[in-house]
Design a protein around this ligand. Structure first.
Ligand code: FMN
Length: 158
């Protein structure tokens, strides 16, 4: 059976809240999904999942160091994430504060790994973004993204 994981880094809880909403939506869409802080995940753990969703606060327009470290550690397994489903999300302080460049950085690492990332023509196009604490709009975007990732994963990996 296909399996997903949502991995996040969060100092003040905003990205963590988004991660939990996405993971809940994935589980509700019948894709068993773990939700873990990045310091609880080793690169080799990634091999056991069909869908890998990664969230980071925006730090200077990029992913936070611990998230980058996970991707750097995953070089040991380069090629073995090929064909897995990916997704990304980010929390920032400001509109125009770089949350979409943060998401694109995560997606770039996923694409280089051979992962499949679905855009969204109606919702947040690259992945859910939040300004500070997730509000109703962000909650809905996270739920929508979780559902879409679960549906695609079940289609390709069941
Ligand atoms: C080192 C550092 C760099 C940051 N850089 C940015 C930035 O470039 N743009 C922005 O909008 N917010 C920036 N922020 C704010 C965080 O992205 C924002 O507070 C986010 O919601 C924190 O997520 P968290 O609650 O999951 O830790 C920065 C915060 C820190 C600590």
């Amino acid at each position: 059976m296909a399996q997903g994981i949502v991995i996040y880094y969060s100092r003040s809880g905003n990205t963590k809240e988004m991660a939990e909403i996405i993971a809940k939506a994935m589980n509700e869409a019948a894709l068993p999904t773990d939700c873990k802080a990045v310091n609880k995940v080793k690169a080799e753990d990634l091999l056991g999942y069909d869908a890998i969703v990664v969230g980071s606060p925006t730090y200077y327009g990029h992913m936070a160091g611990p998230v980058k470290q996970l991707f750097d550690d995953a070089v040991t397994y380069h090629g073995r994430l090929d064909g897995k489903i990916g997704g990304a999300f980010s929390s920032a302080a400001n509109i125009g504060g770089g949350n979409e460049t943060t998401i694109m950085g995560i997606i770039e690492a996923m694409l280089i790994s051979g992962m499949i990332v679905e855009g969204d023509p109606q919702g947040d196009h690259y992945g859910p973004v939040s300004i500070g604490k997730p509000d109703k709009r962000v909650t809905e975007q996270c739920q929508r993204r979780g559902r879409r990732i679960a549906e695609l994963t079940k289609k390709l990996h069941s």
